[in-house]
Design a protein around this ligand. Sequence first.
Ligand code: KG4
Ligand code: ZN
Length: 340
Amino acid sequence: MDKKIFITLGIESSCDETGIGIYSSEKGLLSHKLFSQIELHSDYGGVVPELASRDHIQKTLPLIKEALKSSNIALQDLSGVAYTAGPGLAGALLVGSSIAQSLAWGLGIPALGVHHMEGHLLAPLLASSKLDFPFVALLVSGGHTMLVEVGGIGQYKIMGESLDDAVGEAFDKTAKILGLGYPGGPALANLATKGTAGRFDFPRPMTDRPGLDFSFSGLKTFARNTYLKYPKEKPSIAKAFEIAATQTLMIKCRRAIEKTNFSTLVVAGGVSANNCLRQTLDKMAESLDIDVYYPDPEFCTDNGAMIALAGHYRLLSGQSNDDYEIQIRPRWNLEELQPV
Ligand code: KG4
Ligand code: ZN
């Protein structure tokens, strides 16, 4: 194989998904594999950290073998290994980090810890080869809700974030109240398609004052109270929740765009798979005459491809961990990242 081609292996293990991706400087994403632990945790209604770590240990190496096979390359063809160093569950992160460092050490290639949210933020690049900097990014996942001013890779300024529940968490908690399974976001979105818009009107939290921060914990309480009063109207409650959450996100995105004067919005993270959110933001983008980019639906939720991609840019620029040290950052501020 031509040595000038740089091939990065990416390992994601921050929560309840084991994800592997292989990214090539010549051909882009060669392959990616994913094992979701949803079934493992569903009896508990949420992620059990010890079970998550144990499962990552079992799945990571077999998935790497599968990904290499699908990519038609050998372990020795890899040029670098990237893994999610944080934020996330410490035990789960340690699994990905240990495997990445050991592999890289054995192969004599660099290893690098990647920020999970940078992976999400850059995921639209898996589909299209370019994103014009600067842009505003709306990151919406199970653990984070953030508006970020993005000057370039690694140049992040947080403009606003959730003061309590992340929007994905609010979807999950509301779904639980309505008796839907875990994780509830997709199930709630599905139920909402059967609801009547306007039957209930939920608040748009923190939109009546200036600023770009969010608060979503009140919405789930509103959903609970409405459900106690109207237990037979689950689909319309789901609809009202979804509309309120997406309108709130849209109002803050519009403010962020107006504040920066940027003409591009990137939306990523698990909740960016939501159709109602996409329709709402598409409409807003049209009225403001700006571009909006989303990852392909399969790369909205956690995956290894986005970690391979983010790691790829950084490894190519010469960044790597010192001395194959097993480094994790369970809490890690996006603004602390080094520019590329
Ligand atoms: O990015 P992600 O896979 O994991 C984290 O980094 O947290 O996001 C998972 C979150 C969960 O809260 C899940 O319910 C939500 O994304 N989610 C959705 C949809 N698909 C996933 N929420 C609303 N609508 C969806 N279609
Ligand atoms: Zn995520």
